[in-house]
Design a binder for this molecule. Structure first.
Ligand code: BGC
Length: 722
């Protein structure tokens, strides 16, 4: 039977209490919540079973049985969990995944996460997180695709496809949830949960497209965010949810609040009490309340008194039921408990390793990498060489450190019998300021052929509520770099991190610098392959790396001022105040450009770009053109390259960014091989929003730029005709 008819059938049987129940989500399958489920007064549970359960599928089936067999109408519960970057097989953090620019692989990896999570009775993940983040102080930059709306949109859509597949009711698929809607990443000062001010044109041009992309890809649900947006918290924001998401975009799944975010309307100062919070959230378009109990306590009375229209309640309930039908929960409420054996399957670990390899970004290499094949002794130093839990990253609820293969273990295995690999941590942990281990590190370095230093952030320095005011290496790490540099051996630094760091102080002291993010369960073998030259680095930065925290926010698609930064200013040593060189736009003590721009990343070969050609030099506002470029691998090894296409609208009715990423392609070239890479640019991709909220493509001259990062680009010009 058609889903809408089945929803109608149920709607006609539900009592008011049961309708409200469908809109309530509680955490934990405890006695109290199971009693509510039995009474038909609960629609969803998150965190039904954690890694402590011998078989999470069994726990989930037990809880489901209470609702399906014990409640009056037998409506199944929907079980949610944060499966953010993998389930038991932990994948690189999303920011690292974004660095791969490999959408097919990201989709595959989300599919693996869905297979593992669904095997444990999870129906619904709170991912993808598609918040644009341009301030690396914000700890949650780790969870998303970085600074760019096009990259984050593509990644969000790939993850939705990976989680849900073509048919989300398939037993190995789970529902996606695009979060946090919206603007959350623009938190003032990079402090989590903080206020955001985003003009509507910027909101629509930069912060909303990634959500639209997820909705277009079929995302079953969306989560409203915690933040106050332009004075009105997102969870009470009718413009965001009811108007834009549900009316303009035609989203017919359901919106879940974030954890307690309905109740938080009270301390935020827009609701006097739980009843008002309920009324505001429901009116704005929130359909299900996560954890706090405003709906449970006040919605029934509000509907009875007419303060909440019955139609508003019914619409919310219909959305929840529709989604449960779409997921096949009515037809197949239970999970096959033997499926847990598929966790950590070899094929899952293989894709995790592939993505970890592709996500590492090489920022400097003076020839120290790959390590020479005849190396006889290698000193591994640093707290993150052997930190199995930290390499999993900030949101790996169901991952286990004991499953991780660390870089130290992987290097030892790869080099067994031909090179002695020794290890000293130097620092007990990543944040330590205790330097007593340095002497041993220096001694080991002095007697080795080369040193690999594993530094960065432990997993607890990024993620929700884990923001930083400094972007330097924590603790005494910088000093450790200094002391090892003085030894004079080839020094390779691998940085594990949940955010872009300010690495100016490291760069000139090391021979090579590789950013590995938090690479997940298989991070070690991926890093070992790269260090030893079995694979060539190919990741590109999904967010600019600043020289110092004082430059933040800094991103490639900024506007021009009326004053250019003087070219000489790019050489200012960080922290050295210079005399002003004119009335220019910059700082006296640091160059006004990032240390490494968006899209940047080296490999073990070189790529030459030539012959940028456009199929035409002008197009109508509803037209398209083709752009092609020849890319040649002029170096010694095969490698992947991420070819990036940017545009600039030279004169608009509003100022336009100096460049905006519009498209990209990941290609592989053998040494000496050339390929012509073609893109189609639709005029529609040039659209932006006016101050009146109109989406326009304006006639005029544009630059089209293609290259291997956002700084070094070939350029052509075209015109859009009115
Ligand atoms: C986070 C969400 C998460 C939810 C459920 C909240 O605190 O902001 O991202 O999905 O908790 O765990």
């Amino acid at each position: 039977m058609d889903i809408e008819k089945r929803v109608d059938g149920l709607m006609s049987q539900l009592t008011l209490d049961e309708k409200v129940g469908q809109l309530c989500q509680a955490t934990d399958a405890n006695e109290r919540n199971l009693a509510l489920a039995r009474q038909g007064r609960l629609g969803s549970i998150l965190n039904v079973a954690g890694p402590e359960a011998a078989n999470p599928a069994q726990v989930s089936n037990q809880a489901q049985r209470v609702a399906v067999e014990g409640s009056r109408l037998g409506i199944p519960l929907i079980f949610g969990r944060d499966v953010i970057h993998g389930y038991r097989t932990v994948m690189p953090i999303p920011l690292g995944q974004a660095a791969s620019f490999d959408m097919a692989l990201i989709e595959e990896v989300a599919g693996v996460a869905a297979r593992e999570a669904s095997a444990c009775g999870v129906h619904w993940t709170f991912a993808p997180m598609v918040d644009i983040a341009r301030d690396p102080r914000w700890g949650r930059i780790a969870e998303g695709g970085g600074e760019d709306p096009v990259l984050t949109s593509r990644m969000g859509a790939a993850m939705v496809r990976g989680f849900q597949g073509k048919d989300p009711s398939h037993p190995e698929r789970i529902a996606a949830c695009a979060k946090h809607y919206a603007g959350y990443g623009a938190a003032e000062g990079g402090r989590d949960y903080n206020t955001t001010w985003i003009p509507e044109n910027l909101l629509r041009d930069v912060y909303l497209p990634s959500f639209k992309a997820c909705v277009d890809a079929g995302a079953a649900t969306v989560m409203s965010s915690f933040n106050n947006l332009n004075g009105l918290p997102a969870t009470a924001n009718t413009l965001l949810i009811r108007q834009i998401l549900k009316t303009e975009w035609g989203f017919d799944g359901f919106v879940v609040s974030d954890w307690d975010s309905v109740q938080e309307l009270i301390p935020q100062g827009v609701a006097a009490d739980k009843a008002e919070a309920t009324r505001l959230a429901l009116a704005a378009g929130v359909d299900m309340e996560m954890v706090s109990t405003c709906f449970a306590e006040s919605l029934k009375a509000l509907v009875e008194s007419g303060e909440v229209p019955a139609a508003q309640l019914d619409d919310a309930v219909r959305r929840v039921l529709r989604t449960k039908f779409r997921l096949g929960l009515f037809d197949r409420p239970y999970v096959d408990e033997s499926r847990v054996n598929a966790l950590l399957a070899d094929s899952h670990r293989d894709v995790a390793k592939r993505l970890a390899t592709e996500s590492c970004v090489l920022l400097k290499n003076d020839g120290a990498l790959p390590l020479p094949p005849d190396i006889r002794s290698l000193a591994c130093v640093g707290p993150l060489a052997e930190a199995p839990a930290d390499q999993l990253g900030c949101w790996a609820f169901d991952g286990r450190g004991e499953d991780s293969v660390t870089p130290l273990a992987a290097l030892k295995e790869a080099l067994a019998g031909r090179c002695e690999v020794t290890y000293v941590a130097g620092l007990d942990h990543a944040r330590s300021s205790e330097t007593k281990g340095f002497a041993e590190a220096v001694r080991l370095a002095a007697k080795s052929d080369a040193v690999v230093l594993f530094l960065g952030e432990d997993a607890g320095l990024s993620g929700e509520a884990h923001c930083r005011a400094f972007l330097d290496l924590p603790g005494a790490q910088q000093q450790l770099v200094q002391e090892l540099a003085e030894v004079g051996k080839p020094l390779v630094c691998v940085v594990m991190t949940g955010r872009p760091l300010a690495l100016s102080g490291v760069l000139d002291k090391v021979n090579a610098l590789l950013v590995a993010w938090h690479p997940g369960t298989m991070g070690g073998p991926a890093i070992a392959d790269l260090l030893l030259g079995k694979a060539s680095p190919s990741g590109k930065l999904p967010a600019s790396f600043p020289r110092t925290v004082g430059q933040v926010p800094i991103y490639h698609s900024h506007m021009n001022t009326g004053r250019p930064p003087s070219p000489g200013m790019s050489d200012i040593p960080t922290g050295t105040p210079l005399d002003p060189t004119g009335f220019l736009s910059g700082y006296l003590d640091v160059a006004p450009v990032p240390l490494f721009p968006f899209g940047y990343g080296l490999s073990y070969t070189r790529f030459a770009y030539s012959e940028l050609k456009l199929s035409r030099d002008s197009m109508p506002v509803d037209g398209k053109l083709a752009a092609s470029v020849k890319v040649t691998n002029t170096g010694p090894v095969a490698s992947d390259e991420v070819v990036q296409l940017y545009v600039r609208d030279l004169v608009g009715s509003l100022t336009r960014p100096v460049k905006e990423l519009k498209d990209f392609a990941r290609i592989r070239l053998a040494p000496g091989e050339s390929r012509t890479v073609s893109f189609t640019l639709n005029a529609d991709q040039l659209a932006f929003h006016t101050l009146e909220g109109k989406r326009v493509v304006e006639p005029g001259a544009f630059h089209l730029m293609i290259g291997g990062n956002s700084r070094e680009l070939l350029r052509a010009e075209f015109e859009v005709r009115g």
